[in-house]
Design a protein around this ligand. Structure first.
Ligand code: F6R
Length: 248
């Protein structure tokens, strides 16, 4: 698995934003859509800041961009503080010229009985567009990508999952207490992610060093879903000194 280690997450985020911008421009020049898979959480915020800057100061247009977010808590209202819809609007979508109908985020407001067909449609939309051109990922301390927790199958599709205890613990401060963290989420599957043509996983800080060590150098196992990326042909793990600390 290919790794790139930067001195700090700011420099790393600039490099990632530049790769995304280059792809958008290349697709624009060819008259094609650019399908991006997007993540939330603390890891990608500087990437989104830089994309906003590139739009506002350097004329980067997102008119040809179609996005699919990895996941959303279930249940979740879009205007709630912890909603990933709200997160994406605040960090990216409200500040760029993307067409609103080109934005896709799993719907945390659905009644339970409609979730399965929603997930099937999500998969189908991605397929019909020719797949994800570039997927960005963070990684959880459980080794989850998206919310594919330990035990997730390599061929798993978009679906409703149960969040791991550690993931809910890590989200507790956002929800003002672990008891308020939803027990479930809708996530793209490992299989959905693995079909992306290009994947960039980012991890910052010493808190991620252990799971990055297992992901890059450990055996492929469903108890660390991120290890599946070892068999993806075009994945780069972008790290800073902290998250790379346990690599030999
Ligand atoms: C978020 C997502 C998660 C996060 C991961 C790391 O959409 O899919 O897998 O990327 O939990 O979160 P942070 O970046 O907050 O450490």
């Amino acid at each position: 698995i290919h790794t790139e280690i930067f001195d700090n997450s700011t420099q790393a985020s600039l490099a990632i934003a530049n790769e995304i911008a280059d792809l958008i421009r290349k697709k624009q020049a060819a008259g094609e859509h650019c399908v991006l898979g997007l993540a939330t959480g603390s890891s990608p915020t500087s990437v989104y800041n830089e994309l906003v800057r590139l739009h506002q100061e350097e004329g980067l247009s997102f008119k040809n961009v179609i996005t699919f977010n990895l996941d959303e808590y279930f249940p979740m209202e879009p205007d709630a503080l912890q909603s990933y819809v709200r997160f994406m609007n605040e960090y990216l979508f409200d500040h760029i010229d993307i067409d609103k109908e080109n934005i896709h985020i799993p719907d945390g407001t659905l009644p339970y009985e409609l979730v399965e067909s929603f997930c099937q449609q999500y998969e189908q939309m991605i397929k019909d567009l020719g797949g994800i051109d570039l997927q960005i990922l963070g990684i959880g301390r459980t080794g989850h990508i998206g919310f594919n927790e330990p035990g997730s199958h390599i061929n798993s599709k978009t679906r409703l999952i149960t969040l791991d205890h550690i993931t809910r613990l890590d989200a507790a401060s956002d929800f003002f207490g672990e008891e308020n963290v939803p027990r479930r989420a809708i996530t793209m599957g490992v299989g959905t992610i693995m079909k992306a043509k290009r994947i960039i996983l980012m991890a910052w800080g010493e808190g991620k060093a252990k799971i990055i060590g297992r992901t890059v150098e450990g055996e492929v196992t469903d108890s660390v879903p991120a290890t599946y990326l070892q068999s993806h042909p075009n994945t780069t793990m972008v790290l800073d000194d902290g998250s790379a600390a346990e690599l030999v």
